[in-house]
Design a protein around this ligand. Structure first.
Ligand code: SF4
Length: 258
């Protein structure tokens, strides 16, 4: 992406430093802790963690940032269709870290109108319907919540799927108002993720033990067999190249590029 296309407000005091870091690709050589410490120092309470509570990566970020600054906020999108195990994990994180998780809900009027018109499970019928549901239950609530921050941290990794292969450790999220988006685990492997979880007894979703590599909404996630592509359990009725919910699609300003 051209730096000149980046939508980062002139009023932001960190603008020049962030653009310079992106231009020089400098953060790619930083450790995860270096990135997180820099982010806490730079953004303070205007920084938040995006965690699904359905993947170990977000829990690792909660653990690491708790060690750097226990006040760092974390949010989860409650679509209304999550697994009970995911709600249990939200409470386990509260207990373990003494952290009030920001649980972000969709606009109730939008959900009511959507299901009244289409039924409860209309997302199985077409890709367009599935994108619509993800828009209402995930993309729009996230955009509304992030409006209160300058930067957020995600657990995206490059080897999770082809769509994430080019993920940089620092980006500008133009689909969410020009926020700074940090992906400090971008170069981590699955083995390194599970090593960290084991070493630090990080709480993770219990469904991982039952064959779920990642846990999304209950009707759209299922367990996978040994040796299967980890993403094959998400939106299993779709082709691989459509398997994004729109939260991490950079180029489409309406967030619908799922
Ligand atoms: Fe709707 Fe499924 Fe997307 Fe959840 S993952 S918001 S239930 S389509």
């Amino acid at each position: 992406m051209s730096l000149f296309a980046i939508d980062l407000s002139d009023e932001k005091p960190f603008k020049d430093e962030v653009l310079s870091l992106i231009e020089r690709d400098e953060m790619e050589s930083w450790s995860t802790q270096e990135i997180l410490s820099w982010a806490v120092g730079k953004f303070g309470p205007r920084l938040t963690i995006s965690a699904s509570f359905g993947a170990p990566e977000g829990m690792i970020l909660v653990d690491m940032l708790h060690r750097i600054d226990p006040e760092t906020r974390v949010f989860v999108l409650d679509t209304g269709r999550l697994h009970p195990a995911t709600y249990d994990l939200i409470d386990r994180v509260r207990d373990r870290y003494g952290k009030n998780v920001d649980v972000v809900f969709p606009n109730s009027a939008d959900v009511e109108a959507m299901v009244r018109k289409n039924g409860m499970n209309f997302f199985y019928e077409s890709l367009e319907n599935r994108k619509r549901c993800c828009q209402i239950r995930k993309v729009q609530p996230m955009r509304r919540h992030l409006a209160g921050f300058d930067a957020y941290v995600t657990g995206l990794r490059r080897d999770q799927n082809l769509n994430r292969a080019d993920t940089k450790k620092i980006m500008i999220d133009s689909a969410n108002g020009g926020l700074v988006k940090l992906n400090p685990l971008a170069d981590w492997t699955q083995e390194r993720v599970m090593e960290y979880v084991g070493e630090h007894t990080v709480p993770i979703n219990r469904l991982h033990r039952e064959g779920y590599p990642s846990v999304g909404c209950e009707p759209c996630t299922r367990a996978v067999g040994a040796g299967d592509d980890p993403r094959s359990g998400r939106w299993w009725w779709e082709n691989d190249d459509t398997k994004e919910c729109g939260l991490h699609v950079q180029e489409e300003s309406d967030g619908s590029g799922i």
